[in-house]
Write a protein that binds this ligand. Sequence first.
Ligand SMILES: NC(=O)c1ccc[n+]([C@@H]2O[C@H](COP(=O)([O-])OP(=O)(O)OC[C@H]3O[C@@H](n4cnc5c(N)ncnc54)[C@H](O)[C@@H]3O)[C@@H](O)[C@H]2O)c1
Length: 326
Amino acid sequence: MRVLVTGGSGYVGSHAVRELVDSGHDVVLYDNLSTGNRALSQGFELIVGDISDRDRLAPILETVDAVMHFAASAYVGESVSNPRKYFHNNVESALSLLDAVLASNVRRFVFSSTCATYGLPETLPITESSPREPINPYGATKLFFEHVLSAYNVSHSLRYVALRYFNAAGAHANGMIGEIHDPETHLIPLALKAVLKTAPPLKVFGKDFDTPDGTCIRDYVHVSDLGSAHALALEYLANGGASISLNLGTGQGTSIKEVLDSFRRLTGLNVPHEFGPPRTGDPPALFANSAKAKEVLGWVARRDIDEILMSAWKWQQKLEAAKYRI
Ligand SMILES: NC(=O)c1ccc[n+]([C@@H]2O[C@H](COP(=O)([O-])OP(=O)(O)OC[C@H]3O[C@@H](n4cnc5c(N)ncnc54)[C@H](O)[C@@H]3O)[C@@H](O)[C@H]2O)c1
């Protein structure tokens, strides 16, 4: 299949396109490079454009069989300080993309959703039927778009898979691509930058949570495992699968302290860090039940936290050596 990948020059999208190509698909990347990086799409067909530009998308959509939609604004904190940007990009522009899709013959759509659609869970692990009550504008935009997909499925036969990622982490095994965000807000790259002294000591928000060691627990899932779920989702839709939303996590919660301890065990290096007050609305623990993704797609996360850390470490050192603009 030929697939239009919006946001293909971003972190998760660039890893997914490699999994798609490895599974025998052909891809065309479409990205406005607002947070993405051209270096991540090297060797792939990239069209620089905005998802709101229907005229630009129309001829491209004539050449593809499916759309994978990664393009979004994706900083939780920024969504609180600048919600307009988030509703405009993740809803208004994304609706425009869907208009372009509906005007074409494409009826297969894979969407990057998020565990942020659940908000503060009452019970763990989080299943797809857990209440979806986002606590920030970012999560609200992603939930809204899932509602749109569900409605368009009924009225326009647009079949979709919404993949609710937990914490994407790690880098590609080829050492050529990995996480580049500016500003960086994710724990693992910030920790590794602190080791390399390209960032200040890691700020750990809160040490008295109701967790075994007092630090926050999250479900870190390797970005290449997320990529393989996209290839499986495409196959599922090609085989006539019905629209569905699926959690993508390892099911394994890892505390911040455990991340730092694992890194020390693997490399002998300490992550310089200091504790700060907890952030408002930060849940003590979030981890997924991904049984449905296993049942429906045959997907499981194959890489553990050690592989996540070592691949991210290799990438972060390369990034520093190459002096990538980040
Ligand atoms: N990284 C995570 O842990 C995580 C977790 C859950 C969900 N997600 C979702 O996965 C997707 C990818 O996230 P990421 O971490 O790779 O972010 P990213 O910022 O690296 O990638 C997003 C890409 O979309 C592009 N883009 C943004 N708005 C655009 C527009 N209007 N038109 C064209 N291109 C546009 C950016 O330039 C960038 O290349 C997002 O939808 C995000 O919400 C990410």
